[in-house]
Design a protein around this ligand. Structure first.
Ligand code: CTP
Length: 373
């Protein structure tokens, strides 16, 4: 039995990047051998085991063959005869198809190290096309490594194009696609993810609503530069779509998490109001705060402000005075104390109206103070 470190851990060590999780490959062993050594089997799809002490994943070397549409359509063959080279050739990119033995020697049959040095994302073999998820993976790696100068090889982009026009991307589940989208959005240059998907025709298949100009990616770029959260980044991307029905359609298609869906919808609807916040009458401002439920959901309003700010930066603004104004308004409205009103004996609708009047009053004061500054 030979055990190798493979995949991302080898790649990232050579790039001098932090290695988060290590995948191991076991060549020359049977399932029984693994059981005998105390490994615990996991994963219904492939022969993968968990190390009894470290908890890391160990996979038996395998070959794979496409047997149906989409990500799940594979038959695999794992046996002690499968060699390291045979296992590595079925992998997506040359930079992900390197292995390291126990002595730290690099085993690199598909020249991943050279591609790493030349900053090229290149597929290992035509087997790349057997898994449509790889189109999204390559775009995600392009986004992650863009600051290091990586580009997708021309013939890999051509393969991605073929996969896109073949309709295979439609077979991806919402969950798998979203997982890639989510990870890509959190990279340092997420706009590159969208650009690569556009270049290979995948964007047209996955999010045709976004298939317009690159200009529209500027808010997302700002969101990444300002280290914003996932919901803010998603909302900034969705700003490229001007129609709320279409934003909802994209949200549904990928089953985006609720916080992302909500923020994208609210930003799509309310950004113009935020941009004019200082001109809004107290009643309009209060309606905006109520819509966001700033009393119970302060974080969501904060993310809304952030998304509006990123959009302003994308238009070339150097600052966004509305941010502090909106924050101040929310804090003033939140600060209205209901207890004195209850002490006055108010209940039900009368209490609601008195509370509203109090809030309008503090918002009017807020507006007056801001216009004096
Ligand atoms: N792999 C592949 N095709 C896929 C998924 C994974 O070829 N659709 C291979 C690649 O060799 C990859 C390895 O399986 O390096 C491990 O996959 P994963 O853990 O998903 O990715 P990493 O390469 O470790 O990258 P990341 O840093 O994004 O986790």
């Amino acid at each position: 039995m030979h055990i190798y470190k493979v995949g991302g851990a080898v790649r990232d060590r050579l790039l001098g990047r932090p290695v988060s999780d290590v995948d191991w490959l076991v060549v020359g062993a049977t399932v029984e051998d693994m059981h005998a050594q105390g490994f615990r089997p996991v994963g219904a799809d492939f022969p993968v085991f968990i190390h009894p002490k470290t908890g890391e994943e160990y996979a038996l070397a395998r070959t794979e063959r496409k047997s149906g549409r989409g990500y799940g359509g594979f038959t695999f063959h794992a046996s002690p005869e499968v060699t390291l080279e045979e296992d590595l050739i079925r992998r997506d990119l040359t930079i992900n198809a390197m292995a390291e033995d126990a002595q730290g020697n690099l085993l690199d049959p598909y020249n991943g190290k050279a591609d790493l040095e030349n900053r090229i994302l290149r597929h290992v073999s035509p087997a790349f096309a057997e898994d449509p998820l790889r189109v999204l993976r390559v775009a995600r790696f392009a986004a992650r490594y863009a600051p290091l100068g990586f580009n997708v090889a021309d013939d890999t982009l051509a393969l991605m194009r073929q996969l896109s026009v073949s309709g295979e991307l439609q077979a991806l589940t919402a969950e798998r696609a979203w997982k890639e989208i989510e990870r890509a959005l959190m990279e340092s240059q997420p706009q590159v993810f969208i650009e690569v998907l556009r270049d290979c025709g995948a964007l047209h298949e996955l999010m045709p609503e976004l298939d317009g100009s690159s200009q529209a990616l500027a808010p997302l770029r700002q969101a990444a530069e300002h280290d914003q959260s996932l919901p803010v980044r998603w909302a900034c991307l969705m700003l490229a779509i001007h129609d709320t029905t279409q934003i909802n359609a994209v949200n549904q298609r990928f089953k985006a998490p609720r916080d992302c869906q909500e923020l994208a919808g609210l930003v799509g609807d309310c950004l113009p109001l935020a941009d004019r916040a200082r001109e809004l009458e107290p009643s309009a401002l209060l309606a905006l705060l109520q819509k966001f439920d700033v009393y119970r959901r302060p974080q969501r309003f904060e993310e809304f402000i952030a998304a509006c700010q990123m959009a302003a930066f994308a238009r070339g603004a150097r600052s966004y005075a509305q941010a502090d104004y909106l924050r101040g308004a929310a804090s003033k409205a939140r600060g209205v104390d209901v207890k004195p009103l209850v002490a006055r004996g108010l209940t039900g609708q009368a209490l609601g109206e008195a509370l509203k009047a109090e809030r309008l009053h503090v918002l009017a004061q807020h507006k007056a103070t801001a216009s004096c500054v």
